[in-house]
Every structure is written in C-alpha cells, then in structure tokens.
Design a protein around this ligand. Structure first.
Ligand code: GDP
Length: 296
C-alpha cells in the first residue's frame, strides 16, 4: 500500500499537534485546514472531505482530555477513529448463503482486474476449504475465457464455459445448475467489462442478475483511478444494487482517494483489496488496519 503522500502530510500535521500542551481553537482549525488539503490532494471526494472535517471538529470541541494525553493526541485519535468509520468501520465478510451454492457476480470495467480477482478469490475460498466453481461469462473479449481457464488450471479450480456463442445469461444459469450437480458451494461469475459504462453492458449484467439471483454482487474497481473509480461505483450501484466493492491495484495507488471515498459515496462496504498481480495478493479489507497504514 503506498499512500506516501497522504501519510507524510498527516504525520507532519499531527507531529505539530501532538506535542502541544494546550490547543486553541485556532490550532485545531489550522490543523484541520491542513488535513482537509491533504485529503483533497489524495483525491478524496470533496463532499466526503467536508463531512469528515466537520465531524472531526465537532468531536474535537466536545472531547475530554484525560490526564495522560495531550489535547493534540486526542485530536489525532479522533481523526484516526473517523478514518476507520469513513472506510466502513468494521470488516465485512463475503456473503455465505445457507442454501449453497453462494453465487457471486463479478462486475467492473475492462482492465479493472476482474478476471484476476475472480481467480484470487477462488484461491482464497479454496484455502478455506470451499469448493468454488468459476463461470466464464465474458464472451466478448476473445482472451477472457482462456484467461479464466488458465487461472483455474493454476489453482485447480474448475471453470464452466460454453464458449462464446451462447448468451452470458444462459451460461450463468447453466453454470449454477452445474455447480449444484457437482456440489460446488461457491460460484464466481466473471462478466464482461467495457472500457466505459455503457447501457448494453448494464442491461446484460442486470439480466444475469435476474436469472441467477446472486447472494453477492462485487464491483471490482481500479484504485489507481481515484475519483473515477468512485464514480464508476456510484453508477453501477444505482443500477445493480452492489453488495460490495473490491479495490484492485492498491499496490500502485499512491494517493488513496478511492479507498477513502468509495464507502462514504456509495454506502457499499469495501470487502477486499488486491495488492499485486500474483494470485495470492488479495486481502480482506480491514478499515482499522488501513487507517493505521495511512497514518503511518
Ligand atoms: P479485467 O479486464 O477486469 O478482467 O482485468 P484483468 O484481470 O485482466 O487485469 C488487468 C491487468 O491488471 C492485468 O495485467 C493484471 O495482471 C493487472 N492487475 C490486476 N489486479 C492487480 C493488482 O492488484 N495490482 C497490480 N499491480 N496489477 C493488477
């Protein structure tokens, strides 16, 4: 994770605050002005920043300072807690249906890392003793089916495909039937991504949604694209009722804007973070750990 810019900025603000025995209102205002700029520079959504600063100020004014703490430390602690809240508070797990298989529909724009993520998630589930099945529902990108088959082959997870001549809705439906017959307890459906959101893409994934009634709809977004990722999440959520977001390419994200805004803007929890191209570079997203990393 590489939000160095934000971390350095916040550390400098907090370094000044921590040592202060007494904090005037001006001190707090000045610190919050700097935090605000740091967050905006990190490409956090401006409304999210505004609300965040207002909340921190409100809490800072009413905060009690215990003997062993300086007022500055109290403010830092408030910022830390609010950062955790901003990213969703607690970790939210992948859905688990009590009538298996649990059906997970993967959505996202082309290049976001959806197919890679599907493989990673299958590997993670397998290591937790689940029996996942991958469904190759992206029939438009010529290499997508092959890519999924290669991934499945690497980790020993079966891939259901009907080639590229059958509609993705039918593939998804028959894939789920296949999973039931084979006793797979998780089904991960890879779907087509376009370079930008378009109606045909939305309509198709809605039809898949209606056909298989997924327990989980995960949107995969490229964290490196910052606010663009947040806008993509917003549009998808309006049309598809997402149940979770996965941030990919956090290893290359130098700013952190998507991680810090997407939950606040969409209301959808961030469930996983992908931090590299290798199959095991996937972690459950923990808001508290992420906040600690950001604060350095
Ligand atoms: P899709 O079009 O959404 O299915 O995207 P792919 O899964 O094919 O991924 C697009 C590119 O991003 C590939 O080169 C992946 O190796 C790369 N990629 C995916 N996830 C990550 C990640 O977390 N970090 C990095 N650095 N690269 C990633």
């Amino acid at each position: 994770m590489a939000f160095e810019g934000l971390t350095t900025r916040l550390q400098s603000v907090f370094g000044k605050l921590r040592g202060k025995g007494k904090l005037s209102e001006d001190d707090v205002n000045e610190a919050m002005r700097e935090v605000r700029l740091a967050l905006l520079e990190a490409d956090v959504n401006f409304k999210v920043v505004k609300d965040f600063i207002a909340k921190v100020k409100e809490k800072a004014v009413g905060a009690e300072v215990q003997e062993s703490f300086t007022p500055g430390m109290v403010v830092v602690d408030i910022v830390h807690k609010e950062l955790i809240e901003l990213m969703g508070g607690t970790q939210v797990k992948l859905a688990k249906s009590n009538r298996p298989p649990t059906i997970v529909l993967m959505a996202g724009l082309q290049g976001a890392g959806k197919t890679t993520l599907t493989g990673k998630l299958a590997k993670m589930l397998q290591s937790q003793n689940h029996k996942p099945l991958l469904i190759a529902g992206d029939i438009y990108r010529p290499a997508a089916i092959k890519q999924l088959e290669v991934l499945g082959g690497q980790i020993g997870v079966p891939v259901f495909t009907l080639g590229d001549k059958v509609s993705p809705v039918e593939i998804a439906r028959r894939g789920v039937e296949h999973a039931k017959e084979q006793g797979n307890d998780y089904v991960l459906i890879d779907t087509a991504g376009r370079l930008q959101i378009d109606e045909a893409l939305m309509e198709e994934i809605k039809h898949i949604h209606e056909a298989v009634k997924p327990d989980e709809v995960l949107l995969v977004v490229d964290a490196m694209t910052g606010q663009e990722a947040v806008n993509v999440a917003k549009s998808f959520h309006e049309q598809l009722a997402l149940t979770g977001v996965v941030l990919t390419k956090l290893d290359g994200d130098t700013r952190g804007g998507a991680a810090l805004s997407v939950k606040a803007v969409t209301g959808c929890p961030i469930k996983f973070a992908s931090t590299g191209e290798k199959i095991d570079q996937l972690e459950a997203f923990h808001p508290d750990r992420m906040a600690s990393r950001i604060l350095g």
